[in-house]
Design a protein around this ligand. Structure first.
Ligand SMILES: Cc1cc2nc3c(=O)[nH]c(=O)nc-3n(C[C@H](O)[C@H](O)[C@H](O)COP(=O)(O)OP(=O)(O)OC[C@H]3O[C@@H](n4cnc5c(N)ncnc54)[C@H](O)[C@@H]3O)c2cc1C
Length: 249
């Protein structure tokens, strides 16, 4: 796997637990909006690399990432200390299951995210093709505290009759305090937005979040007539883990 060193060009801190950074983009680096890449740092001669969704759009001349800060995490405890002008190693191959080719066209597209699972959807919502394929795009982002609502102003600025943004905060008073799964499963999301309930025949769903949220949404959707994209074919919903739990069996 080919890594090249890219220079960090800006850093933005959202909360104690989250930050974003931009880097230079290798001239020949290609990706689809919604994909992830492996990036890392060299420490004591060894490469520590992790999967990261690309936040920036594929027509931008820089790359942007949204990162968690895990205090004892092998990569992020070090990544958080990287300053502007310093280097990170970025793999040349991007991949992932949250691109437009992995979900059928349809009526409304639901982008459901928790935490840093928002990252691939920031890249997707800047894609003009998204709005050719779907009538409305609904982006729901659940976090614990308001400061973790990364890119909130940017998303609000992009929002219009075709792009509906529903931020939700679960551990602080906020306009919406329900989790994304509860909003979707209870149907409160649709009545809130004045949309017909999501229907597997017409609507599509992309999910990126913590492993428990993914499990819950997948179980619900599959029990209600939805089909997940897999090697068997492109379905009406597609998922990607925002991270893997290393501390659990
Ligand atoms: C397909 C894919 C895409 C990913 N995209 C991103 C991304 O865009 N941004 C990002 O920050 N991370 C992302 N991750 C997670 C990332 O790969 C690392 O796990 C993360 O950077 C922490 O690295 P670490 O070495 O510090 O700790 P690790 O040893 O990798 O993780 C330690 C523990 O921290 C927790 N954790 C890890 N990542 C997260 C997270 N993102 N949110 C909440 N808790 C977490 C988990 O409990 C994990 O067991 C992605 C993972 C996958 C599989």
């Amino acid at each position: 796997m080919a890594y090249t060193e890219q220079r960090v060009t800006s850093i933005r801190k959202w909360s104690d637990k989250t930050f974003s950074f931009t880097t230079t983009r290798p001239a020949d680096f290609q990706f689809e909006n919604g994909e992830f890449v492996t990036l890392g740092l060299r420490h004591e001669g060894k490469l520590i690399a992790r999967a990261y969704s690309i936040v920036s759009c594929n027509d931008a001349d820089y790359l942007e990432f949204l990162s968690i800060h895990v205090p004892d995490g092998p990569l992020t405890s070090r990544l958080v200390q990287v300053r502007e002008g310093e280097g990170v190693l970025i793999n040349s191959k991007a991949t992932g299951s949250l691109t437009l080719k992995y979900v059928q066209p349809g009526r409304n597209l639901y982008l459901l995210a928790t935490g840093t699972g928002l990252a691939p959807f920031i890249s997707l919502i800047c894609d003009p093709e998204l709005y050719q394929r779907y009538e409305k795009v609904v982006l729901v982002h659940t976090v614990r505290t308001q400061v973790e609502l990364a890119y909130r102003n940017e998303i609000k600025a992009l929002s219009n009759a075709r792009l509906l943004y529903v931020p939700t905060v679960t551990r602080e008073p906020f306009e919406t305090t329900q989790r994304v799964t509860d909003l979707f499963i209870s149907g409160a999301l649709f009545s809130k937005l004045g949309l017909p309930p999501a229907d597997p025949e017409f609507d599509r769903v992309m999910i990126c979040g913590n492993p428990h949220m993914l499990q819950e949404m997948r179980a619900y959707l599959e029990a209600h007539g939805w089909t997940m994209t897999s090697h068997k074919g492109v379905g009406n919903f597609t998922v990607e883990k925002a991270f893997v739990l290393h501390n659990e069996d």
